[in-house]
Write a protein that binds this ligand. Sequence first.
Ligand code: FES
Ligand SMILES: [Fe+2]
Length: 542
Amino acid sequence: MSLSASNAMTIVATAAALSLPISFCRTTKLSTRKGVKGGFRVFAVFGEQSDIEKKNAWSTLFDVEDPRSKFPQSKGKFLDANQALEVARFDIQYCDWRARQDVLAIMLLHEKVVDVLNPLAREYKSIGTVKKELAELQEELGEAHRQVHISEARVSTALDKLAYMEELVNDKLLQDRATTSSEEASPSPSTSTQSLDSVKRKPPRKSLNVSGPVQSYHPRLKNFWYPVAFTTDLKDDTMVPLDCFEEPWVLFRGKDGKPGCVQNTCAHRACPLDLGSVNEGRITCPYHGWEYSTDGTCEKMPSTRLHKVKIKSLPCFEKDGMLWIWPGADPPSATLPSLQPPAGFQIHAELVIELPVEHGLLLDNLLDLAHAPFTHTSTFAKGWSVPSFVKFLTPTSGLQGYWDPYPIDMEFRPPCMVNSTIGISKPGKLEGQSTKQCSTHLHQLHVCLPSSRGKTRLLYRMSLDFAPVLKHVPFMNFMWRHFAQQVLNEDLRLVLGQQERMNNGANVWNWPVTYDKLGVRYRQWRDALERGDKQLPFTKST
Ligand code: FES
Ligand SMILES: [Fe+2]
């Protein structure tokens, strides 16, 4: 007899591993195939009866309702994508229940073995009887174990089916979207123009269209608060020059210490103001000494009569250690967003890096984790294996979720921010855990500011919820910068290559797959914004 306490524990653990929440979507090709007229033929994978009715001390673990009575009534028919997804979800529920029943069977058999071996009971039985009973139980246990393995395989198949269905549903959404936009008079792809030819042609299956030369930024994209610099980079007598939406601006502090943002071009003869200096809260042009306040009013014009001159300025505020501007023509929204790291995290590095790629392409890259084991082989993903299936799950909101199988939470925050929290267990061991299961974390904020044409001003902030002492280690900021630059360089050569291809007409979203969900949603959000949709997808309000 071989069923020991540790075996029993293993079985309990297996049961726990099999008990996946229904929202944990994965997939199968086995009993699913595409039907006619965009429908799907789906066959649910259930059939046999439960033979376990008895409950025992462990029963709370197995107290899951038999889901068979709730099976969606559509077997054998052609279903639409969502009905098919429902059936696939039901399969998971059923397999989960079935697996619990199988494990319960083993637990009950284990109890019987203990009874048979009980010394008190043995006194009333001959050795021969005990042996016979044990042999029978061993046979039953062998059968129950086989059943558990079958259940395991079925769960895996059902998960495969669910992921496959999810992929089909996503594809269908993309197709519907492509059809709608081809029917519209003037679809406006987010980063590019379309040739007349490509508008007339039926859009290829499964594609967003992001191709052609990088175009001017759409004005609607400007109607947001944009963080453009870190507070610590702007002293009382310094300036921060920056490009935003293809216009040069300069930040400096007024006499009251409050920040201002004015055009970085002198009204007199267009000299860049950031070549000058800041004195008593005014920025001074280095050419003929004209001086401007933070609202752009020229307050001094040496060697001539003071004319009434004002240069452009933007609303500018300071919050959460960042300087924000509103570049849009619409009135600014009343509240500034918050980009603080989560509670318990300390900021360890703040970097600003100018990159020669269009900000949408950079966002696409940051919102994609599936590339890590292929691209970041010299940095953070060194030694990572390539998972058989990578996906991004969004249980609560369309633009926020977590990666499977990586312990990484991620969020696209309109208009151009990416928040990510990475659970750190052991170096090189990222798979198979959730972010919550890890005791230490790294939080990253990437702000991809559209600067000049085909360029991005990247603001990067890194925070940790451990090792606060690192913050005080000399030159640590240089080390973080070096590491961030190394990671970016691994991406940059690829994204630059994409940009070159895109400029020559290639579509950088030609064939999205399951793990591209977050990037695709970013594009859908941006396209809807640029089209002028009242309600933007994946957001509660416009
Ligand atoms: S160009 Fe600025 S003062 Fe003359
Ligand atoms: Fe990357």
